[in-house]
Design a protein around this ligand. Structure first.
Ligand code: ADP
Ligand code: ADP
Length: 222
């Protein structure tokens, strides 16, 4: 994934001010920065949920700026899980395939496989309201996995979880990445999260990239 001179303005306010970034295939990138610095906007631009004001986005070497989200081969996991409350776990996980009109048997098989990866096989008939926060986030991850994306985008996915669960889910995301090897961009304001997850950390501040490097390179004592 590459970003070249990506900018975004809302009215007269520029919130992403020319971001360049090269992410290698299979890499786990964490974008670390304070609240309001433009991390989420940047991620939404990559996903196609928001248009850039300027610049280029390449995924797998292909310019995707003009493509709708479903054509970008990305899957995003949100802080608030964004599950459909009226659908079961299976319905939520299989939703992207249902929208794409995949055959029922294929949906069933791929839902089962994705549920197994996130250890939710026993919960397929439940509704999101009957799940813990960690389980809800696993549903969101399974729904991302089922899209078989080239790129996972995580928007502060652990911020609503308590400290203990956050540590556990962090480990699960790390394992998932090691297992599937999908290029990942993970946005957070949490330095510990960045240090434990990242191959490289992108330090962002007020719309610009301040530093890019391995966790040991960018870590600064307060
Ligand atoms: P972060 O994810 O780092 O917390 P955001 O990308 O959410 O930051 O927001 C960056 C800035 O852009 C903030 O000042 C925010 O208020 C502003 N912003 C985000 N979305 C919009 C919008 N739809 N309209 C106007 N301003 C927005
Ligand atoms: P559709 O427009 O095909 O009915 P949705 O309403 O589910 O699909 O979502 C709107 C667009 O956002 C679609 O193009 C869909 O592929 C995309 N989309 C939905 N969820 C995600 C996600 N988690 N990550 C990336 N793209 C998504």
């Amino acid at each position: 994934m590459s970003l070249r001179g990506v900018r975004k303005s809302y009215g007269r306010t520029e919130v992403v001010k020319g971001v360049d970034l090269e992410v290698a295939a299979g890499e786990f990138i964490v974008v670390l920065g304070p609240s309001g610095c433009g991390k989420s906007t940047l991620l939404r631009i990559v996903a196609g949920l928001e248009d850039a004001s300027a610049g280029e986005i390449l995924i797998g070497g292909r310019a995707v700026g003009h493509l709708p989200p479903r054509r970008r081969e990305v899957a995003m996991v949100f802080q608030n899980y964004a599950l459909y409350p009226h659908l079961t776990v299976a319905g939520n996980i299989g939703y992207p395939l249902r929208i794409a009109r995949a055959p029922k048997a294929e949906i069933a098989a791929r839902v089962a496989e994705a549920a197994r990866i996130v250890s939710l096989e026993a919960y397929l008939d439940r509704k999101p309201s009957q799940l813990s926060g960690g389980q809800r986030q696993r549903v969101a991850m399974a729904r991302a996995i089922i899209r078989q994306p080239r790129l996972f985008l995580f928007d502060e996915p652990l911020s609503n979880l308590d400290a203990k669960l956050r540590v556990q889910m962090r480990a699960e995301i790390k394992q998932l990445h090691q297992r599937l090897g999908v290029t990942s961009v993970f946005v957070t304001h949490d330095q510990v999260e960045a240090m434990t997850l990242a191959d490289r950390i992108v330090v962002m501040n007020t719309g610009v990239v301040e530093q890019v490097g391995r966790p040991t390179e960018v870590y600064r004592r307060p």
